[in-house]
Design a protein. Structure first.
Ligand SMILES: [Mg+2]
Length: 291
């Protein structure tokens, strides 16, 4: 992802060593680990706080149905835009995010869990990404091919930073998955910022943007880029009529700026303080067990 790396080598080494100790029987099991190690979740793959979200991504037919639902709706909106489009109008275009919108990174998340990690790890992401292990989000290829058939231009806008070769890797992903318009002119890569609005402004100079697709509010409007959970939600509600009409959203329970709203940063460090913050977020509303 675009934000700076937060995991230290020491953290990773500590997790690997503990994982090896458990695998080799050097410790009797989770219950015999020192309290500090349990709190740290190090090497503790079966108590990893990412498991539910990643299992949902890896297995739930409902997750894939939501992807199809999004792309089916996108097609309906394009048909409407085409029907309303007059010959003198600017040509129609679609803007789409890449990660978690048109491509999935399932083996990255599976690898993190096998490594005993319970937070997004930027170093692992940068190592994993050039291997083209991505898969298409269900419905995405059909939709973008339909756009091409109908004369609707597709622009890919992503915020990624894998150094000098970032653009090359992103373009390779589009080509690897056989997406149409997989060429330099249709790809915008922001390495130093998650602000995608300059791409939108540039595209709108020549095109009428019929639809924007993403998995993160920031993919649609920069003013969603706020850190407060309630403020973010209120901004989304302000634009409630845009969801499913101008904006098409793919669900993503593992990462994005919803994480930033909880922790204050998109890629929080794997610390017990942050695990407590996650627990507080998950118990924001909680029954007291008595009434
Ligand atoms: Mg994304």
């Amino acid at each position: 992802m675009g934000d700076k790396q937060t995991t230290t080598v020491t953290d990773r080494d500590r997790r690997r060593i503990l994982g090896l100790m458990i695998a080799g029987g050097a410790v009797g099991g989770v219950s015999s680990l020192p309290v500090a190690a349990q709190d740290g979740a190090a090497g503790n793959e079966i108590r990893n706080s990412l498991l539910w979200a990643v299992a949902y991504k890896q297995t739930a037919a409902e997750f894939y149905a939501l992807c199809h639902q999004a792309y089916n709706l996108a097609r309906m909106r394009i048909d409407l835009a085409l029907a309303e489009h007059a010959s003198g109008d600017r040509p129609l275009a679609v803007i789409t995010d890449m990660d978690n919108t048109i491509l999935h990174a399932l083996s990255y998340w599976g690898h993190l869990i096998n490594e005993g990690m319970d937070f997004f790890d930027d170093a692992t992401w940068d190592e994993w990404l050039p291997n083209n292990l991505i898969t298409s989000v269900p419905g995405s290829n059909d939709f973008f091919n339909y756009c091409e058939e109908q004369g609707v231009e597709v622009f890919y806008v992503t915020s990624r930073n894998q150094g000098e070769r970032t653009f090359e890797y992103a373009l390779a992903h589009l080509k690897h998955l056989d997406f149409p318009f997989a060429r330099e002119e249709n790809l915008f890569v922001f390495r130093e910022t998650s602000d995608k609005s300059p791409a939108r402004q540039k595209i709108e100079e020549s095109f009428e943007v019929a639809l924007t697709l993403g998995d993160n509010l920031n993919d649609y409007r920069r003013d969603y880029y706020v850190r407060d959970v309630d403020e973010r939600r209120a901004l989304m509600e302000r634009d409630r009529d845009d969801w499913g009409t101008r904006f098409i959203l793919i669900p993503n329970p593992t990462d994005g700026h919803w994480v930033r709203a909880i922790f204050g940063e998109s890629e929080p460090a794997p610390t017990d303080d942050n695990r407590r913050i996650l627990k507080d977020a998950a118990t924001r509303v909680a029954w007291n067990g008595a009434e």
